[in-house]
Design a protein around this ligand. Structure first.
Ligand SMILES: Nc1ncnc2c1ncn2[C@@H]1O[C@H](COP(=O)(O)OP(=O)(O)OP(=O)(O)O)[C@@H](O)[C@H]1O
Ligand SMILES: [Mg+2]
Length: 445
């Protein structure tokens, strides 16, 4: 049995399933023992710095600490130049400037290059002897035999390190991006809140401007009336003091005051009515108690109460209601206000431009729906243009400014339906068929 046959199976077995530092140390220990070298090591080369750093170093059957050395003037430099380097003896004489070799009293040197998968020399396996090497060829062949496996392990380890590093940077990047993303989301939410706030302020501003505008006229008349009354009273009392007030002057003065006072109280009560309707814009459910209704019956009653006013305006109102009781829980005052507003809108706006022969009709339909009802209120009038449709729910939007409209009706309807009644409101309109308001209302329990 030759030396190969004797040692190989044992070395190969011991390397099974070992990786990295364990693999290098285990192999160096075995090789060191088999070849009887004083020092055996595996080292990685750094071509840029012209240095070599051991990754496993064994002496006298022991693993020693790794170290780095310069390749300058060493036999290792020749190995790294892609050649096996065998010097059975006199190595210190051949490389007198390699002080380490000289100091260690090294006599024999065998070095084998390690090539990576692209053929570049990335490391070396070296055996150092203090005596002359007897079986140099066997040692060189053994080194060459394992060089491929060592190179592969060096490469694998480097790839592994790169991968770990890459993973770490990737994780760092992901964390960074996640932080950036959550910052952006936070900013976005902040901006959204700001926009909502701005929108609220803008509509509040519009509301205040509208309120001011509407109240200004009656209040202005009232203020003017009051100053005229004051002036008239002042004149009368001055004349009275001077004893120059005639009966007819007194009667005229009193008549004027009476007239102006009437206009003043009319305008003040108009202002008071406006304030009452403004208050309804902000729907307050506390003003209305929840009640369980038979909605069919309740609706018939409401329609009956609207009929006389409508018939005075030559408008007929018809209903299509279910033939049975319909138990429904809602805020009746709010619901009544919604229906009344929509119906009075039909009466006030829908038939403005209709021909005299046109039969003005309003139709109310009630259908049950999943957990609620669908209430449609429609007219066969002139319809609503897209432009009006866009604005009609805004407070104070009216096409009848100065002709009895304040533009609060639909804004109140919208508020009540959406907040107090928790429902939805859709408008369908066409010039040919008129306008229908569809209310989906859930039962409140
Ligand atoms: N059935 C309808 N047909 C045609 N136009 C309508 C109808 N209902 C509402 N409109 C239009 O929508 C506008 C807004 O209605 P909204 O009820 O808010 O105000 P208004 O009726 O003008 O005034 P207010 O209700 O305060 O007396 C109306 O001015 C009108 O132009
Ligand atoms: Mg109205």
């Amino acid at each position: 049995m030759n030396a190969f046959e004797r040692y190989l199976p044992q070395i190969i077995k011991s390397l099974k399933a070992t990786y990295g530092t364990d693999f290098f140390n285990s192999l160096t220990l075995q090789l060191n023992q088999v070849i009887g070298a004083d020092y055996t090591f595996i080292a990685k080369l750094d071509a840029k710095r012209n240095t070599s750093r051991t990754i496993s170093l064994v002496a006298k059957g022991e693993v020693l600490d790794n170290f780095e050395y310069s390749l300058h003037n060493t036999p290792c430099a020749d190995v790294s130049g892609d050649a096996v380097c065998i010097h059975p003896q006199n190595i210190s004489l051949l490389y007198p400037d390699d002080l380490l070799l000289v100091e260690m009293g090294i006599e024999g040197y065998i070095g084998t290059p390690l090539q990576d998968s692209e053929g570049c020399v990335t490391g070396i396996v070296v055996a150092l002897y203090k005596n002359k090497i007897e079986d140099a060829d066997f040692i060189a062949s053994l080194f060459e035999l394992f060089s491929g496996r060592i190179s592969a392990e060096i490469e694998r380890e480097e790839k592994q390190q790169q991968l770990t590093k890459l993973n770490a940077t990737l994780e760092e990047k992901v964390q960074h991006r996640t932080a950036e993303l959550s910052d952006s989301i936070e900013n976005l939410l902040f901006t959204q809140d700001q926009l909502i706030e701005q929108e609220k302020m803008a509509s509040l501003g519009g509301l205040v401007a509208g309120v001011a505008h509407e109240i200004n006229t009656p209040l202005g008349v009232a203020v003017l009336s009051s100053s005229i009354i004051k002036e008239t009273l002042f004149k009368l009392s001055a004349q009275l003091n001077k004893n120059t007030l005639s009966k007819s002057e007194l009667e005229n003065g009193l008549h004027k005051i009476k007239e102006i006072e009437r206009s003043m109280s009319q305008n003040l009560s108009k202002a008071a009515t406006l304030v009452r309707s403004f208050k309804q814009v902000a729907v307050d459910s506390n003003n209305d108690d929840l009640a369980t209704l038979d909605l069919t019956l309740w609706l018939s009653g409401l329609v009956a109460s609207l009929k006389p006013t409508l018939s005075n305006q030559n408008i007929t109102i018809a209903t299509k209601l279910p033939n049975k009781k319909l138990r429904f829980i809602t805020y009746p005052a709010h619901l009544s206000q919604v229906i009344t507003n929509i119906v009075s809108n039909c009466a006030m706006h829908a038939f403005d431009q209709c021909q005299a022969s046109h039969i003005h009709q309003i139709q109310i339909t009630l259908k049950t729906q999943k957990s609620g009802v669908l209430l449609s209120i429609g007219d066969n009038g002139m319809g609503i243009t897209e432009d009006i449709k866009r604005h009609m729910f805004e407070p104070f939007y009216t096409t009848k400014r100065g002709k009895g409209g304040t533009g609060l009706g639909l804004s109140i309807v919208n508020n009540i339906v959406k907040s107090a009644l928790n429902g939805e409101l859709i408008v369908h309109s066409s010039a040919a068929q008129g306008t229908t308001f569809e209310l989906y209302l859930p039962s409140r329990v």
